[in-house]
Design a protein around this ligand. Structure first.
Ligand SMILES: C=C(O[C@@H]1C=C(C(=O)O)C=C[C@H]1O)C(=O)O
Ligand SMILES: NC(=O)CC[C@H](N)C(=O)O
Length: 762
């Protein structure tokens, strides 16, 4: 037995706030080491054989009920161990409910569920509340423990829900055993007074209990290490064999050409050749600033991967290799690919010097959550990861009209000189304002298949049933709209690209900070997203930023900023919806960067082209405690890892993420594919920026696929099928009718480019 530092075991019941709890615990006890396991990772018998390695255990929150064995797993039995195995335990939410049921408490549904809402908690001022003043605590629960007639458990805190006049137990302890628990969420960013204070008190009580019993910890050994691994934050990053020294040099030419816009430049670079790949990430509205245009050449490496496959395709010009992944997953393969392609010497003010540009589908995130993807009748799958390696690029700075040409190809001076010439002469030709972006001749015979209003509304109600049952705190329900276009005025060809015309119309009708045109066959994505998912700045000292949006109000002459502020910031429903995602994203960030996570902006109303949105900003920095080799820090592999672990975006799933995705898959008729995933770049400098794929449309074609892919028969050249996904976060406070309207507002922002008459929507 050794007097080791404090060691805590955190049992995770598949919640999306677990790493926040770990971070709170670390703040309360800075030198403790925290090991996190899933509640079904070990049998209870196995778990019991390890408890003496730990000073204390935290039984965390989660979806479902302690009455359902699969929801609570081995954690349920910890409260019933014999005296020789006793360990101090702190339960949170589902954890409290589990403790309650073990000693005769009964789990009941709350008359009115509380998800992301702050309540004043009254407490005894003793035990875990010693020295604690006013507690305002965030609650995420549908169920509560009724302890009537119970003698083993003592109530420590309560809340009185004004509207319903019900007294709900908010904290309790066991009268003889070292067990304490809270029903609220001490780790939520909006909890005041009952967070770190209560966690600290628990630790003091646990320490005293251990000391009084002369309980000392088993020294950490190989046996424990094999089961629990290294403590949090433990990234288990795939090894990148060698730090790559063969760094490329970025060549840059700076031009001042304010008369050139993104559309003109794309057209100079052959965007109208529909057979070639093309990528542009456009900041078409504030707060966006830089537009990135890839100048692809015939052998630009193009990576595609479909969920479920043990290989990927790497296409370069005519050659297309089917690369087996072996023991790696596609994420580590891409990481190694980027490790061989570092660059230095680019301008520090530019976000991108070259690198991978493309998208990740929603389902690749579902796969990362270990939820089986049953291919919905679609064989072979379209790419779920689709990226092209950009070696030559043009960056436009919308602030001052500066244009930057960049190449990471060795000795590429001639391309820079030729391109300078090309852009200069184009700028002279375009010195009068460009008329581009007004093309409307893409109209074709269109068939629209919109979601059915009654079905959508009934699904909102089913979502709410799940929320009332404690299965989820928020569910982002979505539905696809399909548009089939026949008799296009011209077929896609080497000189005509209907999808590009579509993009030009969209950027005009719905300019957005995260717009994008990605033609990466077989997929074309036309996007006008307002939402950044994740950006990571250039190492060293990279900052990771997520900017979730939750809360939408349409724009209109009657909806001024003041009205929008009232409807969004002033609405407990909207703020609660946003808070849940903020807490979820803090958890995603804490998982990778460790302790250093901050909410920089909470629920700010931002104005977009067709809507007002409620936006929060969360940032993290990787601390030294994160066990990541230098090579991962240097090339942005940590950002890539964060992306891998955080998809699908929390704002598109709801919380807790895994259970919410499982529920949504039972309610939505088809896969979301490109919609609800992320698109953006990973730069050779180690920076990255990924947007949430919303307010966008996409289509697939079979015509230009890699030759290894079994193609669908070529469709009619003058026909296209586009998909627009749209949806919204459903909470217990949602009104089905209003959710349907909100979905239509989002849908309409893109549907307009297909000439759909608003009058037909209902
Ligand atoms: C689901 C969509 O949007 C998401 C849901 C939002 C909301 O519920 O307010 C806002 C932005 C997105 O995170 C969509 O645009 O289709
Ligand atoms: N946050 C939680 O742990 C929630 C517990 C339980 N699922 C409830 O809704 O009451």
């Amino acid at each position: 037995m050794s007097p080791a530092t404090e060691r805590v075991l955190l049992v995770d019941s598949y919640d999306s706030f677990t790493f926040n709890l770990a971070a709170l615990c670390r703040r309360a006890v800075p030198d403790c080491s925290i090991h996190i396991i899933k509640n079904d990772q070990l049998t209870f018998a196995d778990l019991l054989s390890y408890t003496d390695y730990f000073s204390a255990i935290i039984v965390g929150p989660g979806p479902g009920s302690p009455d359902i064995p699969e929801d609570i797993g081995a954690a349920n039995h910890l409260w019933r161990v014999d005296n020789t195995h006793l360990v101090p335990i702190f339960g949170v939410c589902l954890g409290l409910q589990s403790l309650a049921t073990q000693y005769g408490g009964i789990i009941k549904r709350l008359p009115v569920v509380k998800h992301g809402q702050v309540s004043v908690v009254e407490h005894t001022g003793g035990d875990i509340f010693k020295g604690v003043g006013v507690v305002k605590a965030v609650r995420y629960h549908s169920l509560h423990a009724d302890l009537t007639g119970n003698e083993d458990l003592e109530e420590l805190a309560w809340t009185f829900d004004n509207d319903e006049n019900t007294r709900i137990v908010m904290a309790l302890k066991h009268s003889k055993r070292p067990f304490w628990a809270v029903q609220y969420h001490p780790e939520s960013v909006l909890t005041e007074g009952g967070g770190i204070e209560v966690m600290f008190n628990f630790w003091c009580l646990a320490r005293s209990w251990n000391a009084a019993r002369n309980r000392s910890l088993l020294p950490w050994d190989g046996k424990a290490s094999t089961v629990f691994g290294s403590p949090w934050p433990n990234l288990l990053l795939p090894s990148i064999s060698k730090y790559c020294t063969d760094s490329r040099t970025v060549l840059t030419t700076t031009l001042h050409l304010p008369d050139l816009n993104a559309v003109t430049i794309c057209e100079l670079f052959n965007v109208t050749n529909d057979k070639s790949p093309f990528v542009m990430l456009e900041s078409a509205a504030a707060p966006g600033r830089y537009t990135i245009i890839g100048c692809l050449h015939t052998t630009s490496p193009h990576i595609t991967y479909s969920v479920g496959n043990d290989f990927l395709h790497l296409q370069q010009g005519e050659s297309c290799a089917r690369i087996p992944l072996g023991s790696r997953d596609v994420w580590s393969w891409v990481s190694a690919f980027m490790n061989q392609r570092k660059a230095s010497g680019g301008l520090s003010n530019l976000p991108f010097w070259g690198g991978l540009v493309g998208y990740m589908s929603y389902e690749i995130g579902v796969e990362s959550l270990s939820i089986p993807i049953t291919a919905a009748g679609e064989r072979p799958r379209h790419p779920d990861m689709n990226l092209v390696f950009v070696e030559r690029s043009i960056i436009l700075d919308s602030n001052d009209g500066t244009v930057y040409l960049q190449s990471i190809l060795e000795g590429d001076h001639k391309w820079l000189a030729d391109t300078t010439e090309l852009l200069r002469s184009a700028a002279q030709r375009h010195s009068t304002p460009s008329t581009n972006g007004t093309h409307s001749s893409v109209d074709a015979r269109a068939t629209f298949s919109l979601p059915d209003g009654e079905t959508y509304k009934s699904r909102v109600s089913i979502c709410q049933e799940h929320l009332y049952a404690g299965e989820s705190y928020e569910l982002c329900l979505t539905a696809p709209t399909r548009i089939t276009l026949r008799d296009l005025p011209w077929a896609a060809s080497e000189t005509q690209s209907p999808s590009w015309e579509r993009y030009k119309l969209l950027r005009k009708l719905n300019p957005a900070p995260h717009a994008g045109y990605l033609r990466l066959h077989p997929t074309t994505l036309v996007a006008s997203s307002p939402e950044r998912f994740l950006s990571f700045s250039r190492p060293p000292g990279a900052t990771f930023q997520l900017r979730p949006i939750k809360g939408t109000v349409r724009k209109g002459p009657d909806i001024t900023r003041a009205v929008a502020e009232k409807e969004l910031r002033g609405s407990p429903k909207e703020v609660a919806g946003n808070l849940m995602i903020v807490d979820l994203i803090r958890h995603d960030l804490h998982a990778v960067v460790g302790q250093d996570v901050d909410v920089k902006q909470f629920c700010t109303v931002e104005e977009y082209s067709t809507v007002w949105q409620l936006v929060s900003v969360i940032e993290g920095k990787v601390g030294d405690t994160v066990d990541a080799p230098d090579s991962h820090r240097a090339n942005g592999a940590l950002g890539w890892e964060l992306l891998r672990r955080s998809l699908p975006p929390g704002s598109m799933t709801g919380a807790p993420k895994k259970r919410s995705v499982e529920i949504l898959r039972t309610l939505e008729d088809s896969e979301r594919n490109v919609y609800s995933g992320a698109f953006g770049y990973w730069c050779v400098s180690g920076a990255g920026d990924w947007s949430v794929t919303i307010r966008s449309c996409f289509k697939y074609d079979g015509r230009y696929s890699c030759k290894h892919t079994t193609e669908a028969p070529p469709p009619d050249d003058r026909a296209e099928e586009w998909v627009i996904g749209a949806g919204g976060a459903i909470t217990a406070l949602s009104d089905p009718e209003k959710e349907w309207e909100e979905m239509l507002i989002k849908l309409r922002s893109v549907l307009r480019v297909f000439g759909y008459p608003a009058s037909r929507e209902n």
